[in-house]
Design a binder for this molecule. Structure first.
Ligand code: HSE
Length: 428
């Protein structure tokens, strides 16, 4: 049998402890599958004392993850600390400098520094694997880099933040507003330390930028992702969407168009009977469209100890088997800088307005939309409460530029009490 594959694991939170558990509990299975024993040489975490439900007594300890990454008895450095800079970045760089392979779940780090790290790894003959960084337990990186390698990918879409999907689907199920469900998600421990990473769409945007690089052979371009969070979604929007046969999802879409690469992460209306529309709770879904395969749908747990540790182990097993390929599926030096699409494809939009009860108020809105070239497809006005009425509109297909002109114009009038909410209706 080959030499054992020796790991150094940095970070013993939910995922790190989960990885240690699988390595301890499934040792025989892992050895049978990879032909090697998978061992842990040493670990590093904030504190050694905390009870994590796993026996750590047989492992070395390093306070400093950089020292762990450099240890001679570590073949693979497993970074599960998180953070886009600081110790995570420094230790991964140290591991690559020392000729180690790297496994990480760190989407933020790769979204911001993926190109640099991939070039560094490939120059050193090392690999960086990151299945756990995108959509938790769903093997979407493998799907794109391996199973679909023979396809020209046209579009990748996904609901990749379970917390947002939990909040949105619970709003619909319970009739409670955004703030109440945000608090509930917080109590359940679903929110990141900085909740804006979740509800602001940033975490899901990081993930989308990694999938784009793999799908389209472009350098990771997180700054090119148009980001919008779910904070302004009201119960009314969810109810109205349901009434029209749609559900609201924080949806990531990446597509290569003849105008360049379009990447957006925003709340959208999707048909309620589509796979994306039927997604409940904290589950993730990724939809990939390729020229030969057509459309495939991957669904599963996007977070949590077992699913995320499962993805980390998949990467470790590949390295143990000697299975290696470039970080983004083709050599990092061959990835081209993404040409950002200057405008997104035209689509119908849903608009919610809070309209004052004044003669001519609606006429003013209709005329601003008309002047901007936005045509109304459907419209509904509800009863006034305290002289304010919700008005809900669905437009015909319009460009975002035309819509933005109209929204700016509407916001400047004296007939609305707040900025309009506009959500794209996505064809999925
Ligand atoms: N906070 C993420 C989510 C999981 O809610 O899906 C980690 O990316």
């Amino acid at each position: 049998m080959s030499q054992p594959l020796r790991l150094g694991i940095a970070g013993l939170g939910t995922v790190g402890a989960g990885v240690v558990k699988i390595i301890q509990q499934q040792a025989t299975l892992l050895t049978m599958r990879t032909g090697r024993e998978i061992t842990i040489s040493a670990i590093s975490a904030r504190t050694r004392k905390k009870d994590r439900g796993v026996d750590l007594s047989g492992y070395g300890w390093e306070d400093d993850p950089v020292a762990l990454a450099r240890r001679d008895d570590v073949d693979v450095y497993v970074e599960l600390m998180g953070g886009s800079n600081g110790p995570a970045k420094a230790s991964i760089q140290a591991a690559l400098d020392a000729g180690k392979d790297v496994v990480t779940a760190n989407k933020a780090l790769l979204a911001l520094h993926g190109q640099m790290l991939a070039e560094k790894a490939e120059a050193a003959g090392s690999v960086i694997r990151y299945e756990a960084a995108v959509a938790g337990g769903i093997p979407v990186i493998k799907a794109l880099a391996e199973g679909l390698a023979g396809n020209k990918i046209s579009r990748v879409m996904g609901v990749m933040n379970g917390t947002c999907n939990y909040i949105l689907t619970r709003m619909e199920a319970t009739g409670q507003g955004y703030n109440a469900l945000f608090d509930e998600a917080n109590k359940l421990g679903y929110l990141e330390a900085d909740p804006n990473l979740d509800v602001g769409g940033i975490d899901a945007g990081h993930k989308l930028s990694l999938l784009s690089a793999l799908a389209f052979g472009t350098q990771v371009d997180f700054d090119g992702v148009e980001l919008e969070g779910i904070q302004r979604i009201a119960l009314e929007d969810i109810r109205q969407a349901a009434d029209m046969g749609y559900r609201i999802k924080l949806l990531g879409v990446a597509q290569m168009t003849d105008r360049g690469l379009e990447q957006r992460m925003s709340p959208c209306l999707v048909p309620a009977n589509s796979p994306l529309g039927q997604l409940e709770g904290g589950t993730n879904m990724v939809v990939i469209e390729g020229d030969s395969v057509g459309q495939i749908v991957l669904r599963g747990a996007g977070a949590g100890e077992g699913p995320t540790a499962s993805a980390v182990l998949g990467d470790i097993c590949d390295i143990a088997r000697g299975y290696r390929y470039p970080v983004f599926g083709q050599p990092a030096t061959s990835l081209v800088a993404a040409q950002r699409a200057q405008s997104v494809l035209a689509a119908p939009y849903y608009i919610r307005l809070s309209l004052r009860d004044k003669p001519g108020a609606l006429a003013k809105i209709a005329s601003i939309l008309g002047e901007a070239g936005v045509s109304i497809h459907r419209m509904r006005q509800y009863d006034h409460v305290n002289d304010i009425a919700p008005v809900l509109l669905v437009t015909h297909k319009t460009t975002r530029a035309e819509l933005d002109v109209a929204l700016t114009g509407i916001e400047k009038t004296d007939v609305v009490t707040e900025a309009p909410v506009a959500l794209r209706i996505e064809t999925v």
